[in-house]
Structure formats: structure tokens, C-alpha cells
Design a protein around this ligand. Structure first.
Ligand SMILES: Cc1cc2nc3c(=O)[nH]c(=O)nc-3n(C[C@H](O)[C@H](O)[C@H](O)COP(=O)(O)OP(=O)(O)OC[C@H]3O[C@@H](n4cnc5c(N)ncnc54)[C@H](O)[C@@H]3O)c2cc1C
Length: 457
């Protein structure tokens, strides 16, 4: 007879969303368990946000030292791949350590190890054990999509997880995918002296949707990176221990590794969802409400990357809290508080998207712009590449959103997201202080441009 645990809330996945859900559920004094089949530590800390930013930090140092000549500063750069990877892993382990301390603090009775599957609505199987749960939070994260064209490459085919396990840097890498992960890792490796070719698809660059901003981003990256956003890859094969890529008319290039960064998909395939009593969309992901995270009117909630919405760390944490609270109070679910959309890519120049997605902007939108080419502080720093578009409602002057490629975009993006969440108008934003000389003056130029267009109407 399998052991049966009866709980109020069962959380599947001890990543960022799952841990937040578990904590939110126990904060309401309900009995909850968190089930994990893989290593503890979260995707963000182990193989995501943190190690990628660590690799980018080394790359940025190399790049700036190498290109300080026009400032009159001349340096000879030597990149030691072992030292680079050693720091990436050491610091990564430090961040993972903090997560593990949090997991250690969870009572043993609340932690189950193993793969969870629905055997019926409200009943999960984990190995030999059965969990009878009043409500379930699915927080199983996402995994890299690896299309069949990459079959047959053996250990020459890698994904982000593998890169952060390298002891040193390889000589060459073909990066497949010009999305967020492909661009961040591709640029980092190239700047660290690895021969890199980024093969994109369908013209996409880092998730940007505004064609002019995307064009500006492409131009900026192409100054230093071999990047084809619409590569026609014909075949990828293992030839004499190397990855041979055939592309374009008749080009052939060989690489030590193929890094597949072709998108991620929610980990929902092996959950036994057919037994869960929930409706699935065409991708097999449960249909859910973005505000309550509830799947239909069932006691099942979907949080983090598993819901295939905004695969971002802060969204996973917010999702987890909302899902955990609603699971604990089921059936009295309430909409959670959502923040303005904010997405950042940590390349150089950085990319960001804020507020209303470009494709959802109303037809009568006003666009203000600044080209960073002539922006004072950006020129001072020799980082004057990029374009910012701000969008505002023509009738009310309300700031609706922005897309940008440019220096210090992570900081500009925060200012813009905060303004968006406060529902500020251009006028109110322009009434805020701007110091001199700062990159934010570029933002002011874009806001003034949009305001002038409104005033002319
Ligand atoms: C290379 C990279 C860079 C990134 N950089 C950033 C960044 O800079 N900023 C940002 O905001 N976001 C970034 N992200 C995205 C961010 O890491 C994710 O959005 C976030 O980690 C998702 O958290 P999660 O809790 O949904 O999933 P996870 O942390 O992946 O947790 C899911 C857990 O569920 C477990 N699991 C799965 N199935 C089962 C099952 N059936 N039973 C039991 N356990 C199961 C898994 O083992 C896993 O531990 C990056 C991602 C990657 C890959």
C-alpha cells in the first residue's frame, strides 16, 4: 500500500515560483508540501539569471579593456577561460547556497523528493507515495526546446545548463536562436574570445517587437557579433568531432559546440494532466486565468515559467505568491496584484520592453524617440548606440510603454515601468527631475518628442 499524505496544498516544483507558493500557503496556516524531482537551487540561481550575468560581467570587462583605445587607454587583454569559468561557478554556487539555506529551513515533513504526476484530480503520485491535496500548484518551470535538427550531435549539442558546467571556454560555438538567452550567451562568449556565429530565425532579435528598435539593435550587435537573425540553416551534423553547419546559399562552418537557445517550453508533458480534470490548450498547457492563476474552476493553479506567459524571475515569484494564496483559500480565489510588464536583456547595448506590448498598442498612439548616437553622456562613455521609442496615448497623453536598445537600459526601463504602473502622463514624467549629464536626459528627449507631437495635434 502506498503511503498517503493528506495536505491542503501540494506544490509541484521547488523553483522560484514553487517556493513562493509553498511559503504563501503555509503563511495562511494551511498544511502544504513542496515536491521536487531535480536538484534544489532554482533555475535562476543554478543555470539562469545569475550564471548568465556572471559570464556577461567577465565579457564586459574584456570588451571595455579591449576597446578603450579611442579614450587614449591602451590595454592588452588576455582572457583566461579557466579563471572566467571558475568565478562564474564559484559565485553561482554562492547564490545557489542562499536558496539551499531556505530549502533546508523547510521542515522535512513538508518536502518530498521525486517526480509528481496526477493520478486523479486532487491526487498526486510521487514514487510510491500518494498525496491527497485540497489544491495543487503546478510550478514545474520550463526546459529548452531542442528541435530534431540537432539530433545526432552527441555531447557537442549543449543548452544553457551545460555552458555553466564548462571548466574552460571552447574555441568556437554556433548559437542557434537570437532570443534573450542566445544573445546574452552568444555575445558573452564572443567577447571572451570564442568564435561565435548566432543563427536566428524569422528575424527576431532579443524579443523586440518594434521594427525600428529591432533594426537598431541588430545594427548595434552586428558591429561586434556574427549574427544572422534569419539564417537559413540547412543541416547540422557531427563531422570529425565538430559541429558542421550548412547554411545560406552554400556556406559551411564548423564549430566545437552547437548551443541550442531556440526557446523554452513549459514542463507539463509528464504531469499526467489528462487525469487532472483541467482543459488544455493546443500546446498541452492548462488553460488558466492570468489574474488568479486558477485553471478553470478547478483547485489547480499554474505559476512561473510553467504557465508559458512571461518567463521572468520576478513574474515567477509573484505568480507563486498569488497561486499559493489562492490554493490555500480555494474555492475563494481572488485576482492577484500584477505589476507593469518589464523585460530586460543584459547584452551590451541592453534591450528592454516596458508596459503595453508593441503589438497591443492602440492605433492612435504617439511615438517619441531618441537615437543614442548623439546623446551626451552616452557619447562620453563611448556607448552611444541604440534607439528608444516611448509610446503615449494620443487622447490622454498617458505613457503606454516603451521598447529600447541602448546604454544603461536596465535603469531607464525601471523608471519607465514605474511611470507606467503609476499611470503617469508624459507631462507628469517631464515634470520629474533630470540630472546632467546622464543617460536619462536621452529619455527626456524621447518624452519631449512625444509630448511635442501631442501638442501639435
Ligand atoms: C539562461 C537563462 C537566463 C535567464 N536570465 C533571466 C534574467 O536575467 N532575469 C529574469 O527575470 N529571468 C531570467 N531567466 C528566467 C528565469 O530564470 C525563470 O523565469 C525562472 O527561473 C522560472 O522559475 P520557475 O519557478 O517557474 O521554474 P524553476 O526555477 O525552473 O523551477 C521548476 C522546478 O520544478 C521541478 N519540476 C519540474 N517538473 C516536476 C515534477 N513533475 N515533479 C517535481 N518537480 C518538478 C524542476 O526540477 C524545477 O526545480 C533566465 C533563464 C535562463 C534559462
Amino acid at each position: 500500500m502506498p503511503t498517503t499524505h493528506t495536505v491542503d496544498v501540494a506544490v509541484i516544483g521547488a523553483g522560484t515560483a514553487g517556493l513562493a507558493a509553498y511559503r504563501a500557503a503555509i503563511a495562511t496556516k494551511k498544511r502544504a508540501v513542496v515536491i521536487e524531482s531535480g536538484p534544489y537551487g532554482t533555475t535562476c540561481a543554478r543555470v539562469g539569471c545569475m550564471p548568465s550575468k556572471l559570464l556577461l560581467a567577465a565579457a564586459e570587462a574584456a570588451q571595455h579593456a579591449r576597446h578603450a583605445g579611442p579614450l587614449g587607454v591602451h590595454a592588452t587583454v588576455h582572457v583566461d577561460g579557466r579563471e572566467v569559468m571558475d568565478r562564474v561557478k564559484r559565485e553561482r554556487d554562492r547564490f545557489v547556497g542562499f536558496v539551499l539555506e531556505g530549502v533546508d529551513a523547510i521542515p522535512a515533513a513538508d518536502k518530498l523528493r521525486g517526480h509528481a504526476r496526477f493520478v486523479s484530480p486532487g491526487v498526486l503520485a510521487v514514487g510510491d507515495a500518494r498525496i491527497q491535496a485540497g489544491a495543487v500548484v503546478i510550478a514545474t518551470g520550463s526546459s529548452p526546446v531542442v528541435p530534431p535538427i540537432f539530433d545526432g550531435l552527441g555531447d557537442r549539442r549543449v543548452v544553457n545548463d551545460d555552458v555553466f558546467a564548462w571548466d574552460t571556454l571552447p574555441a568556437s560555438v554556433a548559437v542557434f536562436g537570437a532570443g534573450v538567452i542566445g544573445l546574452e550567451l552568444g555575445q558573452a562568449l564572443a567577447r571572451l574570445g570564442v568564435r561565435v556565429h548566432v543563427f536566428g530565425r524569422n528575424g527576431g532579435v532579443g524579443g523586440l517587437k518594434d521594427p525600428e528598435v529591432r533594426h537598431a539593435a541588430l545594427a548595434a550587435f552586428r558591429r561586434e557579433l556574427v549574427l544572422d537573425p534569419d539564417a537559413r540553416v540547412k543541416s547540422v551534423a557531427l563531422v570529425e568531432g565538430e559541429v558542421e553547419v550548412r547554411f545560406g546559399e552554400d556556406s559551411v562552418e564548423s564549430f566545437a559546440y552547437a548551443l541550442v537557445a531556440a526557446g523554452r517550453s513549459p514542463n507539463v508533458a509528464d504531469l499526467g494532466l489528462e487525469n487532472a480534470g483541467v482543459r488544455l490548450d493546443e500546446q498541452g498547457v492548462p488553460v488558466y486565468d492570468a489574474m488568479t492563476l486558477q485553471c478553470g474552476d478547478s483547485p489547480i493553479f499554474l505559476a512561473g515559467d510553467a504557465n508559458d506567459d512571461l518567463p521572468l524571475l520576478h513574474e515567477a515569484a509573484d505568480d507563486g505568491k498569488i497561486a499559493g494564496e489562492n490554493a490555500a483559500r480555494y474555492p475563494k480565489v481572488v485576482p492577484g496584484k500584477r505589476r507593469s510588464r518589464l523585460a530586460i536583456v543584459f547584452t551590451e547595448p541592453q534591450l528592454a520592453a516596458i508596459g503595453t506590448p508593441f503589438r497591443d498598442l492602440p492605433a492612435d498612439v504617439v511615438t517619441g524617440e531618441v537615437d543614442f548616437e548623439g546623446q551626451g553622456r552616452s557619447r562620453v562613455m563611448l556607448q552611444n548606440r541604440g534607439l528608444l521609442h516611448v509610446y503615449a496615448d494620443r487622447k490622454t497623453g498617458r505613457f503606454l510603454g516603451a521598447e529600447l536598445v541602448g546604454p544603461r537600459a536596465e535603469h531607464l526601463a525601471h523608471l519607465l515601468a514605474w511611470a507606467h504602473q503609476q499611470a503617469l502622463t508624459l507631462e507628469a514624467m517631464l515634470a520629474m527631475p533630470f540630472y546632467h549629464p546622464v543617460v536619462e536626459e536621452g529619455l527626456r528627449t524621447a518624452l519631449r518628442d512625444a509630448q511635442a507631437k501631442l501638442d501639435r495635434e
